[in-house]
Design a protein around this ligand. Structure first.
Ligand code: SF4
Length: 468
């Protein structure tokens, strides 16, 4: 694990650092442990790295076992219903542990807590939960934990919104080679199926200098790859009104020593500018991979989704990107069974898939999110139809993914080595610049290095190669 800190001082953060010191004093001489479960997207993972950084400074050690823990935290996600159900399941299962260990503190935070009905439900149903906080006041975690430790009451502190960005928080990253760097928070788009703008607030961009400083520190610490995170990174800088743009940020980060690869996610087709495409072409460290969610192929459904682009605009964009960056790998997100989706609409999605020939597609069954316009729409698609369409999409995409991979057979590619493969501990694994997984026979010394590998075996979701 590696640690890093942003530099911008903030009076509020100093107050929290005082609470960190107070908790550390209380904890002195005791070996306190925490377990932290993260649900949802990479932005939540990055938030959890900040919680871990603060906890480490307070003298807590991480454990994977709830039964060993003095503090159990769930950093939640509300984008899909099953992630919410999982959290409730975990909370229910902890009742017994709390009875056996009354000093145990159970905390929940993250996007789910930004919904008042969820907080009410937790208050009523899971009385053993002692700390609840949201996405906007994560930086106040030391103070809230201090209060939870010293009070018999449940501490609930959820802010409706926040216009601020807090720098200078400790962070403990899970990986020593690749790092997530959040460049902006919130979203202004209000896609009709999505809960994010309601729980993460409006777009707020970090300053270029803060981001560059964080990335320079990462480069000095030996990190090789960064992934810039935001709900819609293409609109980075629009709220700063000083001419800052995402393309400009990429040019700045391209100069940072030590960093070899730059990735970003997620992009919105309506905001993908020509400047950005040319920046991707011209910045040597920006990888040849673009994740551009289409969500649906039918312009009628895109309109219902409030996506603000048409099928034709999206396809033109893809054509342009392929012309300017021929080696680009393209991936996407697709929602199957949005309310009112007919067979004809669905065929348009299949058509986009076959026209673009994505390297991979993350396909989701539409799931109703309370509080979004789509949840109230009539003509919801039956589960059976959604599943049947999902299966058809998967079959087409699998064929395309494999065919795209076949073009790499015999080629030599550069990979950044991650470590041993999760599925086969005898193999090592890494990723190409185009984000494809390559497994190979290697050794520990290669971890964190850029190496050349010849591809000699193809699968749908991964490649195999030999080091040359
Ligand atoms: S762009 Fe749309 S789907 Fe993405 S976070 Fe914003 S509202 Fe949600």
């Amino acid at each position: 694990m590696k640690r890093t800190e942003c530099v911008v001082p903030a009076a509020e953060v100093e107050i929290q650092k005082d609470f960190i010191r107070k908790i550390k004093e209380i904890n002195q001489g005791r070996l306190l442990k925490y377990s932290l479960s993260t649900f949802g997207c990479q932005m939540n993972e990055n938030d959890s790295e900040r919680l871990a950084g603060m906890l480490s400074d307070m003298g807590y050690m991480e454990t994977e076992k709830n039964s060993d823990s003095d503090l159990i935290i769930f950093n939640t996600c509300c984008v899909r219903e099953n992630a919410e159900e999982k959290v409730y399941g975990h909370l229910g299962a902890l009742k017994k542990l709390k009875r056996e260990n009354p000093n145990l503190i159970i905390a929940v935070c993250g996007c789910m807590m930004q919904q008042p009905e969820v907080v009410e439900y937790i208050k009523k149903t899971y009385r053993h939960v002692e700390l609840v906080f949201g996405t906007h006041n994560l930086y106040k975690f030391p103070e809230l934990l201090y209060n939870a430790v010293n009070s018999k009451e449940t501490i609930i502190d959820v802010w409706e919104s926040s216009g601020s960005i807090v720098e200078n928080l400790p962070i403990e990253r899970k990986d020593g080679v690749k790092a997530w760097v959040t460049i902006m928070y919130g979203c202004n788009n209000f896609c009709s199926y999505c809960i994010v703008p309601y729980v993460r607030g409006r777009e707020r961009s970090r300053s270029v200098s803060d981001i560059v400083h964080e990335v320079m520190t990462l480069g000095q610490q030996g990190y090789k790859e960064i992934t810039l995170l935001g709900q819609n990174v293409n609109s980075y800088g629009k709220d700063l009104s000083d001419g800052t743009s995402f393309a400009g940020l990429l040019h700045e980060l391209d100069k940072v020593e030590g960093i070899e690869r730059i990735r970003f996610m997620t992009s919105h087709p309506k905001d993908l500018s020509d400047d950005l495409i040319y920046a991707m072409r011209d910045c040597k460290k920006v990888c040849e991979h673009l994740h551009l969610p289409i969500q649906a192929g039918s312009t009628r459904i895109l309109n219902e989704m409030n996506r603000k682009y048409t099928k034709e605009h999206y396809l033109d964009l893809m054509k342009k990107i392929k012309e300017i960056i021929p080696e680009i790998a393209l991936t996407t997100d697709i929602i199957v069974g949005f309310p009112g989706e007919t067979e004809e609409d669905f065929l348009e999605t299949l058509d986009v898939m076959q026209t673009v020939r994505y390297d991979s597609a993350y396909t989701f069954l539409y799931s109703k999110r309370t509080g979004t316009p789509a949840a109230k729409m009539e003509s919801q698609v039956s589960e059976e139809t959604k599943k049947e369409r999902f299966q058809r999409l998967l079959e087409v995409q699998n064929r395309i993914s494999k065919a795209n991979n076949e073009e790499l057979l015999g080629q030599v590619v550069e990979i950044l080595v991650d470590g041993t493969s999760k599925n086969n501990p005898e193999m090592f694994t890494g990723r190409t610049r185009t984000n494809k997984i390559v497994n190979f026979k290697g050794n520990d010394e290669l971890v964190g290095k850029l190496i050349q590998v010849r591809i000699n075996k193809i699968q749908t979701w991964s490649l195999e190669g030999e080091v040359i």
